[in-house]
Ligand binder design. Structure first.
Ligand code: ADP
Ligand code: ASP
Ligand code: MG
Length: 401
């Protein structure tokens, strides 16, 4: 078999951990498999690099950020290849460019457009272990790009797809995908399997165990995806196309702390205003999530929307420029989080939302914004109540049972 293994930041967090990863890779190789390994930066490194850049400015240029951030993964890939070679196993490290990963030109959140797997295939044919620096590629303009936070998962799935791998294993610091973040709710249960669609919702709503675009791509390419721990041999979670036979109504709860809100008071209530505001944001590549507009009064209305925290500053600036009304007041608030319930079973059950609202009310938590879809309910609450909300909902829907 051809197996792609991805090791996240904690799994390669120290030289000893990289050594342990080398042992695991060698074990797989010795079982007779071809192995391509994707690695993250050592834990903390990416954050540290971002902080260093922010010493100079809160809004560094994307191109330079990518030159900076991509270095973390390159260090780990080289170290792992060196460790493997030292143990007598031929290994070759590739940067994103070396692995043939081509992206578009959107610095700091580039999308993969194609992979030319020739160099990787050639190395595998020679019996070498391929080690690829995750989280990065080379743009069509020939510049280094990164794929957005958590992007090494995406690198792994994309490489698995390009090499036509039999299996893509995502090794991390928990045993698999749980009903909610086990660091927030220790009673969370590990799921043996979860559908691509539910995993995609959980990931998009803040469960960082898998990056959302990696799940999307795995579904599209039909990659066999497993998450498991690099610290033990427990069975992980299989992410699969099949839906479970007996669907629990709720499969999981996600908490997204990377949320911020902009509120614009006294927006002119006329056709075209929303278009002006949101096309201005779109032109700056800002991802707007929830939008709430009140019923207008006296020709004016209030508009609120959420954006990722690291895009708040830019969004605020863009709104000041658009200035939807001379007397409009623009406010920003980074002190919010989004709590979401996910489950395909919601489609066929009613009363799920009201139970969620009542659960938070009983805890005295005010819900500031709500959005729903067929398989999810999201609520914005004050940041300090986020974890409490997760635990209360986890209990209310019997996910600990
Ligand atoms: P890596 O560095 O290996 O990519 P991440 O930190 O990105 O690891 O993702 C793993 C973390 O995701 C876990 O440590 C856990 O705290 C968090 N997490 C959030 N939601 C979940 C969930 N539903 N199941 C498992 N882990 C989750
Ligand atoms: N190192 C990058 C990050 O911290 C990518 C990754 O680990 O997946 O976001
Ligand atoms: Mg990750």
């Amino acid at each position: 078999m051809l197996i792609v293994q991805k090791y996240g930041g904690t799994s390669v967090g120290t030289l000893e951990r990289i050594e342990a990863v080398a042992q695991r890779v060698i074990k797989t190789k010795n079982e007779g498999h071809d192995v391509a390994v994707i690695v993250s930066a050592m834990s903390g490194v990416t954050n540290q690099l971002i902080e260093q850049a922010e010493f100079f400015t809160k809004t560094p240029i994307g191109r330079e950020m990518d030159v900076l951030l991509s270095s973390g993964e390159r260090v780990t890939s080289a170290l792992l290849a060196i460790a493997l070679n030292a143990k007598g196993y031929a290994a070759i490290a590739f940067s994103g460019r070396g692995a043939g990963i081509v992206t578009d030109n959107f610095h700091t959140k580039a999308r993969i457009v194609s992979i030319d797997p020739k160099s990787m295939q050639e190395a595998l044919k020679q019996g070498k272990i391929v080690v690829v620096a995750g989280f990065q590629g080379i743009s069509t303009a020939g510049e280094v790009t990164t794929l957005g936070r958590g992007g090494s998962d995406l690198s792994a799935v994309a490489v698995a797809g390009a090499l036509n791998a039999d299996l893509c294993e995502i090794y991390t610091d928990v045993d698999g995908v749980y009903t909610t973040d086990p660091r927030i709710e220790p009673k969370a249960k590990k799921l043996d399997r979860i559908s691509y669609d539910e995993m995609l919702e959980l990931a998009s709503l803040g469960a960082k165990v898998l990056q959302n675009r990696s799940v999307e791509l795995a579904k599209k390419l039909n990659v066999n995806l497993v998450t498991r721990s690099s610290f033990n041999d427990h069975e992980g979670t299989l992410i699969t196309g099949e839906e479970k036979m007996e669907d629990a109504v709720i499969s999981g709860i996600a908490l997204d702390k990377n949320q911020a809100r902009i509120t614009i008071r006294n927006v002119e209530d006329r056709p075209g205003v929303a278009a002006e505001i949101f096309s201005a944001l779109a032109s700056k590549e800002i991802n707007v999530d929830m939008i709430v507009q009140n019923i207008g009064r006296n020709g004016e209305t209030n508009l609120g929307f959420t954006v990722p925290q690291n895009e708040l500053e830019t969004a605020y600036r863009v709104m000041k420029e658009v200035n939807p009304n001379p007397n409009s007041i623009i406010e920003s608030d980074a002190d919010i989080v989004k709590v979401s319930l996910v489950g395909v079973g919601m489609k066929s059950h009613s009363g799920i939302a009201s139970k969620a609202f009542k659960t938070l009310a009983d805890e005295g938590i005010n819900i500031q914004m709500i959005s729903t879809s067929e398989i999810k309910i999201s609520m914005i609450v004050e940041a300090k109540y986020g974890e409490l909300a997760v635990r209360a909902l986890h209990k209310a829907y019997d996910l600990d049972k």
